[in-house]
Design a binder for this molecule. Sequence first.
Ligand SMILES: NC(=O)c1ccc[n+]([C@@H]2O[C@H](COP(=O)([O-])OP(=O)(O)OC[C@H]3O[C@@H](n4cnc5c(N)ncnc54)[C@H](OP(=O)(O)O)[C@@H]3O)[C@@H](O)[C@H]2O)c1
Length: 245
Amino acid sequence: MEPGTRRVLVTGAGSGIGAAIARALLAQGGQVALVGRRSEPLDELARTAPGRAVPLVCDLGDPASRAGLVARARDALGGLDGLVHAAGVIVHEEPGKISESALREQLELNLVAPLRLGEEALALLDEGGAILFISSTLAIKPIRTAAVYAAAKAGLVSLTHTFAAAGAARRVRVNALLPGVVDTQMIRAPRPGQADVAAILDELTRLHPLGRLGTPEDLAGAALHLLAAPWTTGTTLVVDGGLLL
Ligand SMILES: NC(=O)c1ccc[n+]([C@@H]2O[C@H](COP(=O)([O-])OP(=O)(O)OC[C@H]3O[C@@H](n4cnc5c(N)ncnc54)[C@H](OP(=O)(O)O)[C@@H]3O)[C@@H](O)[C@H]2O)c1
């Protein structure tokens, strides 16, 4: 994928890391299918790049809604070179208190949706294209309140390896980013016994040796690198301000 000729489907494009990746691709002159549940942020982003950004509203947790999504993006953009799955959800619950609905929601969006979108992308991406999954450092070093999320993100790492092997014959590369804590709406999700968001942010910041939380733009830079790296596949790139040290 040459800069400026990228046609990429980005999920989670309405906020946080997905939005930053979509903005960075558009800034390079690429074309982007913007996928999210809420139409307003997608429409707003699309207005910044007339004719090069197509909003596709989709509930990725619903198999019927996401079926054929990659084909729709390819048709809308006149071909497809990339898939970035940045949509995700975390529900903090202690072991023993994990609700069935949160279990299903997190597995569906964080693991099943990328598996299904990835299968479709392996078949439909142009030769030489790329798939990028957004996993998490929690896949390697989980926390107690995120058992399901961490398991799904670890599953996504495994999927990265399987799909990288499957895509290689058509030179479709498959990689994953493992962010540390990035300042987005996700990290403000309620946590058991912790109501004060400022205190949570302080505590999370202290976990990062580089002294700050990540920004969505920190991750977008790494994402663009992996999308364009022609001899890199099956790689998991940790971008975490030193969190795992
Ligand atoms: N922030 C962190 O510290 C961190 C760390 C490691 C990994 N990650 C991963 O990075 C990715 C991006 O997260 P973020 O931090 O940027 O959080 P975010 O701003 O909350 O983004 C999550 C996105 O997922 C979309 N989404 C949620 N449920 C959806 C559904 N059922 N169908 C379609 N879209 C859905 C949301 O769209 P709507 O708003 O329209 O619902 C939202 O744009 C996620 O995969 C997350 O697990 C984040």
